[in-house]
Design a protein. Structure first.
Length: 133
């Protein structure tokens, strides 16, 4: 009887293949990781979450560059492709959202520039309403 409680024939020798894990890797070894893809994905997600306050733009640019680099690494090693694609997509979206926020802020500032010297907040809001309508 062997360690699993299975009877083995007397002439059967136990090999390393009999004890190999189902994933085909030796015990104790893990799959190679693409940490560049993980970092790029993290920057892309953080960039997307903070893109409305302009912090996300620069983070997304770095995330996009790292995402493209991790795509080439994933092609070579075969690991991290999903994270690399996620990084490229989220970083690209963050760059677009940051650009739109910047354009909207510039439009708003241009449209309401006469309202920036009010005596009170009420006068400011009234001036803004007049200029936007």
């Amino acid at each position: 009887m062997n360690a699993q409680g299975i009877e083995t024939p007397l002439n059967h020798t136990v090999s390393a293949q009999d004890h190999a894990p189902p994933n085909g890797r030796a015990p104790g070894l893990t799959a190679p990781k693409n940490s560049l893809a993980t970092g790029a994905m993290t920057l892309g997600i953080i960039g997307l979450c903070t893109s409305v306050v302009f912090i996300g733009g620069p983070l997304a640019v770095i995330g996009l560059l790292l995402g493209i680099a991790s795509l080439t690494t994933a092609k070579r090693t075969g690991t991290g492709r999903g994270k690399a694609v996620t990084a490229v997509v989220t970083s690209s979206l963050a760059i677009v959202v940051s650009g739109l926020v910047a354009v909207l802020m510039l439009w708003y500032a241009n449209k309401t520039q006469e309202c920036y010297q009010p005596d009170s907040f009420h006068q400011y809001t009234q001036c803004v309403r007049e200029h936007l309508n």
